[in-house]
Design a protein around this ligand. Structure first.
Ligand code: HEC
Length: 182
């Protein structure tokens, strides 16, 4: 490289060089600080913490599905289940017709006891006549649309509930399905 070119290079990039050098100088004391801090944690707890971190369920929902699901929900379901899936008080008791009113879908009832597969089936088929008056949606909405609604429903659950649902219901169901495909 010619001296002139090198000088131009230096002129353009010297602050990156300085940043790089100071970062590496800073990194050493930070590393030793981190190492001294981990000494407070016993070796056994490190194992437990690592395991818990590995298994932490971070809700990474597809924002497009959530948005589409919400629109479909508002257009078709909110009239019975409430705008935010909150339903109406008294949903636990059968009405005068002997049927159950629409339950909340916001995590306060038992919707989260079901996997996506089961929810899809329930929503497509509607209520068994002796249980309730929910119409079947299989001939009005596509599976993709219903799945988007289910994603929206899971998006309104509290974090802890989503985590339990995902670990205990959804992931187990997915594993069962993978097994069947083998
Ligand atoms: C006409 C009122 C009505 C509409 C509209 C309606 N539902 Fe329902 N839904 C009900 C009733 C009543 C039940 C309770 C009886 C039952 O469990 O089958 C129910 C139950 C459910 C359940 C089962 C809840 C659980 O905890 O197991 C889900 C899920 C559900 N509805 C989702 C939907 C979705 C999604 C839509 C829109 C696509 C929708 N519903 C539209 C009345 C309705």
């Amino acid at each position: 490289m010619h001296t002139r070119k090198f000088l131009i290079f230096l002129n353009n990039y010297y602050h990156h060089l300085i940043l790089g050098i100071s970062a590496s100088l800073l990194a050493t004391p930070m590393l030793s600080l981190a190492a001294s801090e981990t000494k407070i944690v016993s070796p056994e707890s490190i194992g437990i913490i690592k395991h818990a971190l590995q298994d932490t369920v971070i809700r990474e929902l597809d924002a497009k599905k959530v948005k589409r699901g919400r629109i479909i929900y508002l257009a078709n379901c909110a009239i019975c289940h409430g705008k935010n899936g909150e339903s109406k008080p008294g949903w636990r008791k059968r009405g005068a017709d002997g049927k159950f009113p629409p339950p909340p879908l916001n995590g306060s009832a038992h919707t989260w006891h079901h996997s996506t597969t089961t929810l899809l089936k329930t929503i497509k088929e509607g209520s068994p006549p002796e249980i309730g008056n929910m119409p079947g949606w299989g001939n009005k909405l596509t599976d993709d649309e219903i799945n988007d609604v289910i994603v929206w429903i899971t998006s309104i659950w509290p974090d802890e509930l989503y985590e339990i649902w995902y670990k205990e219901i959804e992931r187990k169901d997915q594993k069962k399905k993978e097994h069947k495909l083998d």
